[in-house]
Design a protein around this ligand. Structure first.
Ligand code: EPS
Length: 390
């Protein structure tokens, strides 16, 4: 719905054979390598506080179509990320036949997961049939798609980064002012915070949560630099870019809130403390003295960095489980527990980069049109000239 020029779908169960994605709409002649996508996949797998799964998986993409001799063809790009863990699930996740001897269906839904609502909706009494697709394992496919979109945006100087701002209630105390420096610091941190010197505090909170059988959520910030003004539009509700970004980020598993710029803070401040005053200089043209509105006004980019904040709830699989009901007996029971993460906030930060990249690549293509890179670059130059002269 919200994508105008790109389309993508993912498929795949968490413990099935693998994850599949098809991305359509990327123009021809964009240089891209498997290695580039794999780098992003590896970034998603990091983060202190993940469970055993990330030790099993070494996510690598296999490109099936759409790329020849290192360049896109303009045709749909399809890709697969094989699940290594499938080896351990072959019998339980078989496409044909019957469940193996002694197999126990999953009947004690976890509060906070899609288990119960999904089971009711799809009439599945083995709730594994819901869990398998609702799992955040699916985000590996999104990150692969996002990597291709990032590569596209790079051609226009647009850079996307992210960091974790809050984890398990701990709010990062000190960090660089500049967004890209925060991102670079986060790349060095085991918990993706913009100051690795504070890693120990966060890791300690994660260790304590693990001991208690708890899980932890947090707040991430994702941003895009060098985005030209004029992406998105004020003219229709579904063309507004802030709404399109919000949907994309909110669609990430476990995200419960999305803010742009100062976000909810804007409701507490007078107008003069919320708007970003306009200036003009010969060398840089129009600029803003502040960026409280996170680079978006009226659903259109204004040339300032796009800044998005998102809140992730703790993972619902608790090793000290909460009360639930066994859907077979209707009796009170503790929710199902199985291997999971204490926190996946650092991973969600990388996933948010991918989703922002997808939406921005789409918006740039919407603005410029075109089917091949040379054509689109020419149009971009022309538009940049227009911005300068306006
Ligand atoms: C994930 C893979 C999953 C979890 C996590 C994300 O692996 P498994 O369920 O086999 O341990 O680590 O997903 C969840 C916790 C969830 O509730 O969705 C991944 O690849 O990111």
């Amino acid at each position: 719905m919200s994508l105008q020029r790109l389309r993508f779908l993912t498929a795949g169960e968490s413990h099935g054979k693998g994850l599949v994605a098809i991305l359509e709409g990327i123009p021809a002649n964009l240089e891209i390598s498997t290695e580039y996508i794999n780098r992003e996949l590896a970034r998603r797998q990091k983060g202190y506080g993940r469970g055993g799964r990330m030790k099993i998986e070494k996510d690598k993409v296999e490109i099936i179509s759409g790329i020849r001799f290192g360049k896109t063809l303009g045709s749909p790009i399809s890709l697969i990320i094989w699940n290594r863990d499938y080896e351990n699930w072959k019998n339980r996740m078989a496409v044909e036949g019957q469940p193996p001897e002694g197999y126990k269906p999953f009947t004690k839904p976890r509060p906070g997961h899609a288990d119960l609502a999904g089971g009711i909706k799809y009439n599945q009494r083995d709730l594994r049939n819901i869990l398998e697709r609702s799992s955040a394992r699916e985000t590996a496919a999104r990150v692969a798609v996002g990597a291709i979109c990032k590569r596209f945006l790079e051609e226009f100087g647009i850079k996307i980064g992210s960091y974790v701002r809050v984890l398990g209630g701990y709010s990062v105390k000190e960090m660089p002012l500049d967004l890209w420096s925060r991102h670079l610091k986060a790349e060095q941190s085991e918990v993706r915070i913009p100051n690795p010197l504070e890693d120990a505090f966060v890791k300690n909170i994660i260790d304590k949560a693990k001991e208690k059988g708890e899980t932890l959520g947090g707040i991430i910030e994702v941003f895009a630099l060098n985005v030209p003004p004029g992406l998105g539009s004020h003219i229709q509700w579904d063309k507004r870019l802030d709404g399109r970004i919000a949907q994309a980020i909110m669609s990430i598993q476990a995200i419960k809130a999305v803010e742009i710029g100062i976000g909810t803070q804007a409701g507490f401040l007078p107008g003069s403390k919320v708007m970003d005053e306009i200036g003009w200089k010969e060398d840089k043209g129009y600029f803003r003295y502040t960026n409280r509105l996170g680079g978006l006004e009226g659903g259109i980019t204004n040339g300032m960095p796009i800044v998005v904040r998102a809140t992730m709830k703790p993972i619902p699989t608790l090793m000290s489980p909460l009360r639930s009901v066994d859907i077979e007996t209707k009796e009170e029971a503790l929710a199902m527990k199985e291997r999971s993460d204490v926190t996946a906030v650092p991973a969600a930060s990388v996933v948010a980069e991918a989703m922002l990249a997808i939406v921005l690549a789409d918006a740039l293509l919407e603005k410029l049109g075109g089917d091949y890179m040379e054509e689109i670059k020419e149009r971009f130059e022309l538009y940049m000239k227009h911005i300068k002269e306006f």
